[in-house]
Write a protein that binds this ligand. Structure first.
Ligand code: 4AD
Ligand code: MG
Length: 445
């Protein structure tokens, strides 16, 4: 009796007969020999069907297999250094083939397809090697993030997705009808995290968040996942320490677990191997100094225009890209202008036009992957800021109350999962970093 196994465990079955269940990635061959490239979701292996080794009808069936037909294949595992596959180095000498369903005219063929076509067929595209590799790396990153939180005694607290008020910029609010009342899809779990922080000390949430981003960019999704830790008695410097350790942990984990996937997507792993602490930390004003210098030195007029910056303005992606290219590892930029950041950020002592915020910019031009800050813990100041931002005070009653009952200095950050995946995988656009991207012009499939 053949042992049922999965391709990722094939190395421990050399010389044995196994049963594999999966789909035909590709099929080639002629005459007496046919090669079925079988994938089962965990890996891919070449199955060699030799006419003399299997019943006539089954050999005919193997010959007629089409791309993405579902099959059960039985055969003996052979180690062979030259065999390609995931993992490499193995092939199957087929002893039987059973067809589950014959696929007809699978639309994604080995020829080149345009991105829009592939996005329309996303429900099938995720079967392709590149997409398979990226989404497996995504799963590793999620697990690493959660393990890091657990190992650092930061407790999981889920926060609501339907919320009565804004957590960030109100222009990106996604409004829904909550039984006749307006409500919003969560832009962040942070405000609830702050309540949870006072109950459990160190908490995190990790869920889908929503922003009605009205522009098409390579960094913005309408629905994205965010990891958000929130810590009591935490300073901005301690927050940066935590963020830095988390990035190193994530990258180390991917390098340990996903070499094969990184090879499939042809990622330059030396760039990832450089991600070790300490990360450079510069203030917003120091960053502007650097940008002014780059602007002055720029010879290409187009580049010069892009690098223009007015001190006090927020950075655009060309600024972030230029800054990250000055370093070989992630870069912290702290103390942004209060005016360009969210209402809840603690001002810098003695310099209220700057706030205790920090963005983490990923290297190789990727830019912001984390945004965080110390939070205002004084009730009067927070109330003032809510009013200044013209937010409806009555909806923030509970949030303000947190500053009345044992208020403590606290800080937290949010890390965008998809931007992290894009950076680690070296992808130019976030659309391939999530199974089903929601974009300005796309909510299908
Ligand atoms: O900088 P942001 O807006 O910060 C917050 O939401 C805070 N409340 C987080 C906190 O302190 N708990 O967003 C944080 C991160 C960004 O750095 C980015 O990686 C990601 O979330 N992000 C997006 N990712 C994809 N598409 C979008 N539209 C995104 N908007 C933010
Ligand atoms: Mg931000």
């Amino acid at each position: 009796m053949a042992t049922v196994t999965m391709i990722e465990h094939i190395a421990s079955h050399v010389g044995q007969e196994v049963e594999l269940r999966g789909w035909v990635y590709a099929k080639t061959g002629k005459g007496k020999l046919h090669f079925i490239r079988l994938r089962d979701g965990t890996g891919q292996v070449q199955c060699v069907a030799f006419r003399d080794d299997l019943p006539e009808d089954q050999f005919e069936l193997a010959k007629a297999l089409t791309q993405e037909s579902s099959v059960v294949v039985t055969g003996v595992v052979k180690a062979d250094e030259r065999a390609q596959g995931f993992p490499a180095g193995f092939e199957i000498a087929v002893t039987s083939v059973k067809l589950i369903q014959q696929a007809i005219d699978y639309p994604i063929t080995p020829k080149e397809h345009g991105t829009e076509f592939l996005m329309d067929n996303r429900h099938l595209w995720i079967r392709s090697n590149r997409q398979w590799a990226i989404l497996r790396i995504r799963a590793t990153i999620i697990k690493a993030m959660r393990d890091f939180m657990d190992d650092n005694h930061i407790m999981l607290m889920d926060t609501p997705i339907i919320t009565p008020s804004a957590g960030e910029d109100t222009t990106s609010l996604f409004e829904i009808d909550y039984f006749g009342e307006p409500a919003y899809m969560a832009q962040t779990g942070q405000l609830y995290n702050e309540a949870n922080m006072a109950a459990f000390g160190r908490v995190y949430c990790f869920g889908p968040t929503f922003r009605a981003e009205k522009s098409k960019t390579r960094r913005h999704l309408i629905e994205f996942w965010m990891l958000e830790p929130e810590l009591a008695f935490c300073s901005l410097e301690e927050l940066m320490d935590l963020e830095e350790r988390l990035q190193c942990y994530i990258v180390e984990r991917v390098l340990a677990k996903n070499r094969q996937e990184l090879a499939i997507i042809e990622r330059d792993v030396t760039a990832l191997e450089r991600v070790v602490g300490p990360f450079p930390r510069i203030s917003y004003d120091e960053a502007v100094d650097k940008l002014e210098q780059l602007h002055a030195e720029a010879t290409d007029p187009e580049q010069k225009e892009l690098l223009k910056i007015v001190r006090g303005d927020d950075f655009g992606s060309p600024h972030e890209t230029a800054l990250t290219q000055l370093y070989d590892r992630p870069l912290f930029v702290y103390h942004y202008p209060t005016a360009v950041k969210a209402f809840y950020m603690q001002p810098v002592e003695g310099q209220p036009d700057r706030c205790r915020s920090v963005d983490l910019l990923a290297p190789e031009g990727y830019g912001e992957i984390c945004g965080g800050s110390e939070r205002i813990h004084d009730e009067a100041l927070l109330l003032q800021r809510i009013q200044d931002h013209k937010l409806p005070v009555e909806n923030y009653k509970w949030y303000l109350e947190l500053r009345r009952f044992g208020s403590v200095p606290h800080a937290g950050f949010g890390q965008g999962l998809e931007r992290t995946v894009a950076w680690i995988c070296g992808l130019p656009h976030v659309r391939e970093t999530i199974p089903y991207a929601r974009l300005l012009n796309r909510s299908y499939p």
